[in-house]
Design a protein around this ligand. Structure first.
Ligand code: 7PJ
Length: 268
């Protein structure tokens, strides 16, 4: 059991019109800011802002649309909070503009594989989260296939870590994420979750996102998105117990409570 430092909570702010779990309600600027304030009050350490929906089947978004969605929100948050802000994007220009507007971390579900992303992240010199995905959002859940899912995901992340180091990204700036639900069946997701300690042993901080995802709906016999809160918080605590350093979640208060119980037990 790894209990050295507390697992950080990354609260999700989707500023997309089509996000699967909050139906695009935060496309409205005032609502987005209110949501950020609530997440910070509830114990979020990082706010993750995404302007591109990566849910299964989602369409691509243009560069200008993505910038218009995320940059004003980052600037507004910087007007009242000094929390960490991560930018959930694969586009080099969005990374650059978001960091210029006050974001601190790059969260890329494509692990810096898009054009100019590696070099841009190296120049910006900020922490980057490298996530594994099989395929692309539009089609990734059609037929995910692996011979050995844990080995293959580990191998991919190791290759991306090497590419980062080669591009000049500092070792201390690298975070890894097995990418729950990104081109994976329930069985694949469960194998990865049970092997989280192996990812922790790769010696980079591990981030995971399982919050409200389909895998939890499947475990709960088709529970709708709004009935996945308790199970999401429990999975966050179980991940923290395996040494995961950052949990990306929608329900910050429930997650904070689950982590507080675990923390208290570990100290006594
Ligand atoms: C993840 C993410 C994840 C990281 C999304 C959703 C889909 N970034 N962005 N890890 N998921 N690093 O929230 O369900 O699992 S978008």
């Amino acid at each position: 059991m790894k209990t050295q430092d507390k697992t950080k909570i990354m609260g999700i702010l989707n500023v997309t019109p089509d996000s699967f779990s909050d139906g695009g309600q935060f496309i409205n600027h005032a609502a987005a800011i209110a949501q950020v304030k609530q997440m910070l009050a509830d114990g979020a350490d990082i706010i993750d802002i995404g302007g591109e929906s990566t849910r299964p089947g989602a369409e691509d978004v243009t560069l200008n649309d993505e910038l218009d969605r995320v940059i004003p929100v980052i600037k507004a948050i910087r007007g009242f909070a000094d929390c960490l802000i991560s930018i959930d994007t694969s586009k080099a220009t969005v990374m650059r503009e978001a960091i210029r507007a006050g974001a601190n971390i790059i969260n890329d579900v494509r692990a810096l594989q898009d054009e100019d992303a590696l070099q841009t992240a190296a120049e910006l010199d900020v922490p980057v989260c490298l996530m594994h995905m099989q395929g692309q959002p539009r089609s990734m859940q059609a037929q995910p296939e692996y011979s050995h899912v844990v080995e293959e995901v580990k191998q991919f992340l190791q290759q991306r870590v090497s590419a980062c180091l080669q591009a000049g990204i500092k070792k201390d700036n690298i975070i890894i994420d097995p990418g729950f639900g990104f081109g994976k069946t329930l069985t694949h997701n469960l194998s990865l979750f049970n092997a989280l300690d192996e990812f922790v042993e790769m010696d980079y901080p591990v981030l995971i996102g399982v919050s409200r995802k389909t895998m939890i709906g499947q475990i709960l016999k088709d529970a709708p998105v709004n009935k996945r809160v308790v199970a999401s918080a429990i999975m966050a605590a179980l991940a923290a117990q395996q040494g995961v350093k950052i949990v990306r979640v929608h329900d910050v208060k429930a997650t904070a409570d689950a982590l507080a119980v675990m923390d208290c037990l570990n100290k006594n």
